[in-house]
Ligand binder design. Structure first.
Ligand SMILES: C[S@@+](CC[C@H](N)C(=O)[O-])C[C@H]1O[C@@H](n2cnc3c(N)ncnc32)[C@H](O)[C@@H]1O
Length: 238
């Protein structure tokens, strides 16, 4: 499985994903509210550089950072089509940016300035548990003390099998009105490339990589497609 294969659905079917986001099937509305409130509180008085792993078209970024001074935004993704949408949006909003077409699991790109804030929404689940652990450990080593991390990603219920999870999800998408031709592409992608974790496993992954959990909550309007939202901080290394 290559990273290009994993991202092919986003390259070929961005409209389908956009429809899912616009209709809040994954909880982007709640994510925007929670992330904006944290960012406003924490960076009210100090400029911050931000890195976004699996940024897609950076749709939420302008609104999420409207009331703080963004000292540069670095978006990382492998879908060129999404990156060109991101470029347009960031330019329209006057956000100084760098957009990089590279594998997010490689960690912080060389030559990028050290971020005070990391953000990743619905992207890290494309790696299995080992890849996720390596990703969080790498970022912990690459970022400075007090760096914050806003993470949102999909969850599976404890003791729920993956087949049951995907079956419930397919019914949920159909009930929400996802077009049948989109649904088959979406479900093929999810069955092949998604690795949801339970809340307990997400917490263990981030904590054992060194990150301190400041806050966690469930996200998403529907029980069939739960997501976790976490605010993390780079604690002092002893
Ligand atoms: C579900 S979308 C999320 C986009 C955006 N963060 C959002 O919340 O709407 C997942 C994004 O992660 C990207 N992605 C998945 N695996 C990746 C990888 N290994 N390297 C870089 N980007 C990846 C996809 O291309 C896609 O844009």
């Amino acid at each position: 499985m290559t990273a290009d294969e994993v991202t092919s659905v986003f390259k070929d079917q961005w409209n389908a994903y956009q429809w899912v986001v616009d209709n809040n099937l994954m909880g982007h509305r709640e994510l925007l509210t929670a992330a904006t409130s944290f960012i406003e509180d924490r960076y009210r008085d100090s400029p911050v550089a931000m890195a976004d792993f699996g940024c897609g078209n950076s749709l939420l970024i302008p609104e999420m950072t409207r009331s703080v001074q963004l000292d540069g935004y670095c978006g990382i993704d492998l879908a060129e089509n999404a990156l060109s949408m991101a470029k347009q949006l960031l330019e329209c909003n006057g956000i100084k940016h760098q957009l990089l077409c590279q594998d997010l699991f490689s960690g912080m790109p060389e030559n990028s300035s050290s971020p005070g804030l990391i953000y990743s929404a619905f992207a890290v689940h494309h790696g299995d548990q080992q890849k996720k652990r390596q990703f969080f450990s790498k970022l912990f080593q690459q970022t400075p003390d007090h760096c914050a991390f806003v993470l949102a990603d999909i969850m599976i219920h404890p003791h729920q099998g993956f087949d049951d999870y995907t079956q419930m999800l397919e019914q949920y998408f159909a009930k929400q009105g996802v077009r049948p031709d989109w649904l088959s592409h979406i479900m093929t992608h999810i069955r092949q490339y998604d690795y949801p974790e339970t809340e307990e496993t997400w917490l263990d992954i981030v904590r054992s990589s060194g990150w301190k959990v400041l806050q966690k909550q469930s996200l998403g309007p529907h029980d069939e497609y739960p997501a976790i939202f976490m605010l993390l901080e780079h604690g002092k290394v002893a």
